[in-house]
Design a protein around this ligand. Structure first.
Ligand code: ADP
Ligand code: MG
Length: 342
């Protein structure tokens, strides 16, 4: 009898993680949260520590034909800081592990580290270690970030309550649209190396793809206002996918409104130029690294006038499902496509 073989693509990334989690037993009381949020939470006496890690592979997560090494270094730090922010914690330390093929020179590693160090400065984190090894397939970067907060300040994905207000920061969809532009210009260049890439009308969207900024500014502002979001997640896989995570973890439903969804004008116009539906880019675009969170209605007044926080809907009972109310007033069931790596 042949052995059973299940393709990873049959499960997808999230079901695979759930499957792995079934085999893991937590042994230590200090592990307050293991797998299943943006970062793990560890009891550390007066405070709690949060720990998160991300792995970036050349050719999968970044393409050095248009992403400068400096930006790749900055982004590798920013995406980890974004997961610390999503726990409502403050990042303090990072470790940086790299694997390099012989294509890379000392100067190239210096350029990567210029970006890593710039981000470490920007977010106030210390580089405290890592690992260096050889690679047969280009550049690999893995960063682990450690953050800190008081236990009662931590926002889990699981805390959303019925009637909470759903908030997002910044604008969405730009990073996906930026990626499409970079890929388009790369193909033009491959076809005809004498052509100069036409990028000047797309600086916002390409900037959002190449050098995202984690929203620590929002975390600090909410601290000053003494707001702890009832739930929070960062938007790495698309708004709809992240809403599904919050709804699943919190055991709730959600209704959001198309006319409240934030999209930048250049993102909208570029999406149309590329033949993409702008709202699909907002709902399912990846790598925005904005924050999605819920607040109790009593906190609404404190954030009401914030120029960069948008109130896109409210939390409902799980039985009510997950819905998008379109501009024309019709109701459509939300679908979470997310990013499919497999
Ligand atoms: P994010 O998009 O916020 O970085 P992920 O979707 O990558 O989160 O991960 C979700 C959860 O699954 C996190 O708690 C993460 O630590 C955990 N996780 C992901 N991959 C693995 C793995 N191979 N083994 C154990 N835990 C994992
Ligand atoms: Mg995250």
């Amino acid at each position: 009898m042949s052995e059973k073989r299940t393709e990873i693509s049959e499960l997808g990334e999230f079901a695979l993680i759930d499957h792995l989690n079934e085999s893991i037993k937590i042994k230590n009381a200090s592990t307050l949260k293991g797998i299943g949020d943006d970062a793990a939470v560890i009891d550390s006496g007066e405070t709690v520590k949060v720990v998160t890690t991300d792995l970036l592979l050349e050719g999968v997560h970044f393409d050095l034909s248009y992403a400068p090494l400096h930006h790749v270094g900055f982004k590798a730090v920013a995406v980890n800081v974004s997961d610390v922010a999503a726990m409502n914690a403050i990042p303090k330390q990072i470790t940086v592990s790299i694997a390099l093929s012989n294509r890379f020179s000392v100067e190239a590693v210096d350029a990567l580290y210029a970006g890593i160090n710039a981000a470490a400065e920007h977010y106030g984190v210390d580089v405290i270690g890592g690992d260096t090894t050889a690679s047969h397939s280009g550049l690999v970067i893995s960063i682990t970030a450690i953050g800190e907060a008081k236990k009662e300040q931590i926002s889990y994905r699981s805390g959303a309550k019925v009637n909470d207000i759903v908030c997002v920061t910044g604008d969405l969809g730009a990073a996906l649209v930026g990626l499409q532009i970079l890929e388009r210009e790369k193909q033009v260049f491959i076809a005809n190396p004498d052509m100069k890439p036409q990028l000047e009308n797309f600086t916002y969207v390409t900037g959002r793809q190449l050098k995202p900024d984690a929203r620590m500014d929002i975390i600090h502002e909410m601290r000053d206002l003494e707001i702890v979001p009832s739930s929070m997640i960062d938007i790495s896989d698309g708004l709809a996918s992240e809403l599904f995570h919050i709804c699943k973890s919190s055991g709730v439903g959600v209704t959001i409104y198309e006319d409240k969804l934030p999209i930048d004008k250049q993102t909208f116009d570029t999406a149309v130029e590329l033949g993409l539906d702008p709202i699909t880019c907002v709902l399912n675009g990846g790598e925005d690294y904005e924050l999605l969170f819920t607040i109790d209605q009593k906190d609404y007044e404190k954030l009401e006038k914030h120029p960069d926080i948008h109130f896109i809907g409210h939390v409902t009972n799980a039985e009510e499902g997950k819905y998008l109310v379109t501009k024309s007033g019709t109701t459509a069931q939300l679908k979470a496509q997310g990013w499919k790596h497999f």
